[in-house]
Design a protein around this ligand. Structure first.
Ligand code: FE2
Ligand code: FE2
Length: 409
């Protein structure tokens, strides 16, 4: 793959485009940038030229940004899609979320845009560099959500749907609602505060956590009972929920904003989704890997890399990307065992999910099989966070006390 990246900017306002051109002048060595004022022209040039990134405005007269990026997603799924936009209300944002990898608000500083694009390019290059094709060639297709779960997930992206309505839909499906209540009550609350109403559960959790929880319940729900027992899937699922909850707390004490706290929660809940693919399609090999990890005292994700050329973290990142998750989530999931491979070198949701995962596995029972890895110490040192670990651990203790999860010796 060439080092020069092709980036296409689309905005109906020529002044915005010339501003961007001026602002990003210094990137000419690494980015080949093209600028067009019409979405239809952009689609035309994309027929003959392969772009790495498309950055589109939202409001354009011939075709709006959402419609344009939806078409790009369908015709050129490999292209990274950014939306650069001024004010965007919640409804529109929800609608756009299914086709946009990254939102950037206007006006945007050159440095910020440069950083976001560089990070997204590095993430997808990392994912595409993994030996995913080797894994995919052995399975017919990656899992698709069961219909009933997909319907609920779609509701999160329909602006007219309230959390209450979503809760009511969940309540109609006995399997889904009992699963959600079971997980919520075990992972978020103590004995005294049992939640028995799915509508209450969904609105208490809030949109991001509820959506992630429904996705993860759908994913885990695909596994047959024999595998659920064999791989302690319930314990793994509870671990994921606790990681989501602790990642939010860590993001909060590190001063991240509300949006990043949401990302940390959602990515935390989804971080081990790739394990489900391994359990579903490669159960025997996974058992052998767990055994090898224990025998040779090597963290499981290293054994996975050796075995499949890809870890469950990277596989999960791929899966969530295919399901249209934004790249912040994909990034935090992909790098949860190796945050130092992420180009972003400042405290973020990636840090929060990594730390929450390590702390939960330290303080709780063995949830993933094999030998657990510990903190990416070089990463924490580089970010000057080594002495924050004790504070993060203390954040998790009340949850563990409530749940009655006991630390293993
Ligand atoms: Fe993991
Ligand atoms: Fe984990």
């Amino acid at each position: 793959m060439s080092d020069v990246k092709r980036i296409l900017f689309v905005d109906d306002d020529p002044n915005v485009l010339s501003g961007l051109r001026r602002m990003l002048h210094g990137m000419r060595g690494t980015w080949k940038m093209e600028f067009v004022t019409k979405a239809s022209d952009a689609l035309k040039v994309m027929e003959t030229t392969a772009y790495d990134v498309v950055i589109s405005d939202l409001r354009m007269p011939d075709m709006d940004g959402v419609q344009f990026l939806q078409t790009v997603r369908d015709k050129h799924p490999e292209v990274i899609r950014f939306m650069l936009s001024g004010y965007m209300d919640k409804d529109l944002r929800t609608k756009a979320a299914q086709c946009v990898h990254q939102f950037v608000s206007k006006p945007c500083q050159a440095e910020r845009l440069r950083t976001l694009v560089t990070r997204a390019l590095a993430l997808y290059e990392h994912l595409r560099g993994c030996e995913i094709t080797h894994v995919l060639s052995r399975i017919e297709s990656l899992p698709v959500m069961p219909d009933v779960y997909q319907q609920v997930i779609d509701m999160f992206h329909r602006p007219s749907c309230s959390l209450r309505q979503i809760g009511q839909t969940v309540a109609k499906d006995i399997g889904m609602s009992s699963k959600i209540l079971q997980v919520v009550n075990r992972a978020f609350y103590g004995q005294e505060t049992k939640i028995i109403d799915p509508v209450h559960a969904v609105s208490y959790l809030g949109q991001k956590a509820a959506e992630a929880l429904i996705i993860t319940s759908g994913v885990f729900g695909m596994l047959p009972n024999s595998k659920i027992r064999q791989f302690s899937v319930m314990a793994l699922q509870e671990h994921c929920i606790r990681v989501g909850s602790l990642a939010r707390e860590i993001a909060k004490v590190e001063g991240l904003d509300e949006q990043d706290q949401d990302t940390a929660t959602m990515a935390g809940i989804l971080h081990d989704a790739g394990k489900m693919v391994l359990i579903l399609y490669f159960a025997d090999e996974l058992l052998a890997s767990i055994e090898k990890s224990r025998r040779e005292r090597i963290p499981l994700f290293h054994v996975e890399k050796e075995q499949w050329g890809i870890t469950h973290a990277e596989l999960g990142g791929h899966l969530l990307d295919l399901w249209g998750m934004p790249n912040n989530i994909v990034e935090a999931v992909t790098f949860h065992h190796e945050p130092s491979r992420c180009v972003q070198k400042e405290v973020s949701f990636v840090t929060a999910v990594h730390a929450a995962d390590v702390i939960d596995r330290e303080l709780c029972c063995d949830v993933g099989g094999g030998v657990s890895d510990s903190f990416d110490t070089a990463y924490l040192q580089e970010l000057g966070l080594s002495d924050h670990v004790e504070t993060w651990r203390r954040l998790h203790l009340p949850v563990l006390d409530e749940e009655g999860v006991h630390a293993q010796a």
